[in-house]
Design a protein around this ligand. Structure first.
Ligand SMILES: NC(=O)c1ccc[n+]([C@@H]2O[C@H](COP(=O)([O-])OP(=O)(O)OC[C@H]3O[C@@H](n4cnc5c(N)ncnc54)[C@H](OP(=O)(O)O)[C@@H]3O)[C@@H](O)[C@H]2O)c1
Length: 270
């Protein structure tokens, strides 16, 4: 039996745009109660108003996921306003383009703080509530890049692999407590992600290969909530390609070098 979405209280970090916002609206359409968290309050209010117009009960939480107290406050808002927390979606994050040896210490620390610590804060704050409830679902929005890094995206890929490592561990830790832990692995998705990454990197960042919409990812994530499972790959073929990549690293290095070499990308994108 699929879980009844209309009875779920769902926290989403990074709900002010892209996948987080699309998820909020897809869940609002199905009657979920929402706690929407992000830094840009104007954008967050726009998403909240749309969700309310769809009939959803919505609370907005100003939240920088790099600040633990902000995340704790957002999680507590679910308990205070709706009495429970059924689903916590650690979605906030950003990308960065730089060669490994050229990244600054500040860039490394910042991306780790937002993408990894921000995810861990959600996982750590949501788990005790869900354990006490004897039910819950923690969903971590990672990336397809978590399973294979590419040139210029080493720091970003590092954070996405780290999220996966945390989630794989927590999934087993909580498995006897009726709390699910899942990861989501989108391919290139049409959101503000590339604009933000370009601003942060000081050079242009584009997606690679096939592009999917945030709405498509959100639709699949609603299904993931209805039918919890360890991993969601919104574009399934890449999952099998990456299993192959893990078995043949030298060959895949060669293919990546040929198709997506740093030089080629620089020429194409700058
Ligand atoms: N787009 C892609 O191609 C793609 C592919 C694979 C995985 N992903 C992952 O999907 C997730 C969502 O990205 P997106 O594509 O939807 O990009 P997006 O449109 O740029 O959305 C990113 C969200 O994260 C929030 N955010 C960023 N830094 C934050 C911080 N310090 N504290 C709180 N919120 C913060 C932003 O809100 P505020 O700025 O308002 O705080 C925004 O709502 C990310 O984790 C990303 O790594 C994206």
């Amino acid at each position: 039996m699929p879980l009844d979405i209309s009875k779920q209280v769902v926290l989403i970090t990074g709900a002010s745009s892209g996948i987080g916002a699309a998820c909020a609206l897809a869940l609002a359409q199905r009657g979920a109660s929402l706690v929407l968290a992000a830094r840009r309050m104007d954008k967050l209010r726009e998403v909240a108003d749309k969700a309310k117009a769809l009939g959803s009960r919505v609370v907005i939480a100003p939240c920088d996921v790099a600040i633990r107290d902000d995340v704790i406050r957002a999680v507590q808002a679910a308990k205070e306003q709706f009495g429970r927390l059924d689903v916590a979606i650690a979605n906030a994050g950003y990308g960065l383009r730089a060669a490994v040896h050229l990244m600054s210490e500040k860039q490394m620390e910042e991306i780790w703080r937002v993408n990894v610590m921000g995810t861990w804060y959600v996982m750590a704050a949501a788990a005790p509530i869900m354990i006490e409830q004897h039910s819950g679902h923690i969903i971590v929005v990672s990336s397809a890049i978590a399973r294979r890094s590419i040139p210029q995206m080493g720091a970003y890929a590092m954070t996405k692999s780290a999220q996966l490592a945390l989630a794989e561990a927590q999934r087993i830790e909580l498995s006897g407590k009726s709390v699910h832990v899942s990861t989501v692995h989108p391919i290139t998705t049409d959101t503000e992600f590339f604009q933000r990454a370009t601003e942060r990197s000081g050079k242009r960042v584009d997606g690679l290969g096939k592009t999917q919409s945030a709405e498509w990812v959100a639709k699949k994530m609603v299904r993931l909530i209805e039918h919890p499972r360890p991993e969601l790959w919104p574009y399934a073929p890449v999952r099998y390609a990456l299993a192959f990549a893990a078995a043949f690293p030298s060959l895949v290095d060669h293919l990546i070098k040929k198709n997506f070499s740093a030089e080629k990308n620089i020429q194409k994108r700058v």
